[in-house]
Design a protein around this ligand. Structure first.
Ligand code: AMP
Ligand code: MG
Length: 313
């Protein structure tokens, strides 16, 4: 077993690999994480995103890795009625959630002006070039970790690796099996007390991705402002959900969806699930419920002291 730890994409990452090639595979994983950290970051000379954001409306050649994420994002944007939108970056930046800027509450006027710059349908893709209007900006904060964990799974497939757990901030993805062949046990954090977990899910090879207000936020006047922005209002999401976890085979799709469902809220997430399916989800609400979809209800084990009431949807 080899364990690699890294700080990249603004979060702590741990990758544990088991198998004859575990050392080489973990080393290659570290290199790929570093490469993707630069490629998908909002700043830096090697970044596709920085190039797009500073292109002043001109088309930019981008890597297939970036293109995949943007294409998947646009699809989820359409399906979620714009709740998921990677062009929300100017607002994320204004609130202080992007890079080095300070946390602050922008004025209503500033928010309404910035909302004019948010519109995923104005992203233009032609072959491997992409352009956005001059005043718009994108970020892959909601997709890069999921894309990266998919890539690490693919990478491990080319080494003699029997099992691996990839944990990139709120994104967990598994590869292969545990040593004894049993299922992986993934903990679901308690958003009100992130040092603790409220339950576990037992899974085979899959991604388990959580979005929530507790992962990055600031507080002012007794109110919490989290890093996920509702593109309908320009304000941090405040809709009664504390976290949304998505479980599906694709790390990229899970990452898009966990963010999208968190913005949609309980009812919106339920109707998205009923319309599109293809994944399982765990929603934790501020009124003390944990809602688990029927596909994984049998694999979910609630902690003895969990403060949440379990509902199966
Ligand atoms: P995640 O942790 O995957 O839920 O992604 C959150 C990150 O995505 C934030 O830190 C922002 O960079 C970006 N983001 C915030 N709000 C949205 C949104 N409504 N749609 C897409 N990306 C967003
Ligand atoms: Mg996400």
């Amino acid at each position: 077993m080899t364990t690699l730890t890294a700080f990249a994409m603004d979060t702590y990452m741990t990758v544990s690999v088991r198998g004859i090639d575990s050392f080489e595979a973990a080393k290659a994983a570290g290199e790929l994480i570093e490469e993707y950290d630069s490629l998908f970051s909002v700043s830096g000379s090697g970044s596709d995103i920085a190039a797009i954001n500073s292109a002043a409306g001109e088309p930019v050649n981008i890597s297939s890795e970036t293109l995949r994420q943007i294409t998947a994002s646009i699809e989820v944007s359409g399906r979620s009625g714009g709740a998921f939108d990677i062009t929300v970056e100017p607002l994320a930046d204004a609130w202080g959630f992007s890079g080095g800027s300070e946390y602050r509450i922008p004025s209503d006027l500033e928010i309404s002006q910035l909302l004019d710059k948010v519109d995923y349908s104005r992203i233009q893709i032609s072959g491997n070039t992409l352009s956005i209007p001059d005043d718009m900006k994108i970020s892959l904060g909601a997709t890069a970790k999921g894309y990266t964990s998919d890539a690490l799974v693919a990478l491990f497939g080319s080494y003699r690796v029997d099992g691996a757990v990839i944990s990139l901030g709120g994104n967990v993805q598994t590869f292969g099996t545990k040593k004894d062949g049993s299922e992986w046990i993934i903990a679901i954090q308690d958003p009100n007390d992130p040092e603790r977990y409220t339950g576990t899910v037992s899974v085979s090879e899959t991604a388990v991705v959580t979005s929530g207000n507790y992962q990055r936020y600031f507080e002012s006047g007794g109110k919490r402002y989290g890093h996920i922005i509702d593109p309908a209002t320009g304000y941090p999401v405040q809709n009664g959900l504390l976290s949304a976890t998505v479980i599906c085979h694709s790390g990229l799709l899970s990452d898009c969806l966990s963010t999208a469902l968190f913005v949609l809220g309980e009812e919106g997430a339920k109707s998205y699930y009923e319309t599109y399916g293809g994944f399982d989800m765990i929603l934790i609400t501020s009124d003390g419920r944990i809602i688990v979809t029927s596909g994984i209800a049998g694999s979910y084990t609630q902690e003895k002291n969990s403060p949440y009431i379990l509902e199966v949807f």
